[in-house]
Design a binder for this molecule. Structure first.
Ligand code: IMP
Ligand code: MG
Length: 180
């Protein structure tokens, strides 16, 4: 249990557990033998995971280009299905292997939209890596190719993920339990 901002936070996935898993994920990605890989980090929640995963990818010999896209998200618990691009990538994706990196796959709306956008622009393939899969909340047919951990149906924070922009700095993934 950690105390941050006067709240008790239960650790769900520790920093060392995540680091070990990131290296395994990098090896799984390396085994696919992508050609001319373009990694796209889906902001904002994926920024820490993407930063760690691409360095783990370097450690296993992958040399991707890296880009960022910001997609609007209505967060957990809302039923709105509207997804749109707030900040687009600069690169041309035509004919390229793309790896989208995001923090959580929940309803799947964000990643379904982003994958279809890249395919419509002529990407050769679009794979998906997520730190967490909240499978029980899925509303679309989207599946990730690389999953760090199956996530229980809690609202989680840390390692890039927030509540109202707070708690992103935590080096672990946790659940807010209430006042400390
Ligand atoms: P969806 O798959 O389109 O429903 O959207 C998933 C996005 O919602 C993720 O990329 C996160 O930004 C956000 N999200 C979903 N669940 C959580 C959570 O438990 N904590 C923080 N953000 C979440
Ligand atoms: Mg997100």
């Amino acid at each position: 249990m950690a105390v941050v901002r006067g709240k008790q936070i239960e650790v769900l996935f520790s920093a060392s557990t995540i680091a070990r898993r990131n290296l395994e994920l990098a090896k799984e990605i390396a085994a696919r033998e992508y050609h001319d890989l373009l990694v796209i980090s889906v902001l904002k929640g994926s920024f820490i995971f993407a930063g760690d995963l691409i360095r783990a990818m370097h450690d296993v010999g992958i040399t991707p280009e890296v880009e960022f896209i910001m997609i609007s998200s209505y967060g957990a618990g809302t039923e709105s299905g509207e997804v749109k691009v707030l900040r687009d990538i600069d690169n041309d994706v035509k004919g390229r292997d793309i790896l989208l990196i995001d923090d959580i796959l929940e309803s799947g709306k964000t990643l379904k939209f982003t994958r279809e956008l890249m395919l419509s622009r002529g990407a050769k393939s679009v794979s998906i890596a997520v730190l967490l899969d909240k499978r029980s909340r899925r509303q679309t047919e989207v599946e990730a190719d690389f999953v760090g951990f199956e996530c229980p149906d809690y609202f989680v924070v840390g390692y890039g993920m927030d509540v109202a922009h707070a708690f992103r700095e935590l080096p672990f993934v946790g659940v807010v339990k209430g006042e400390a």
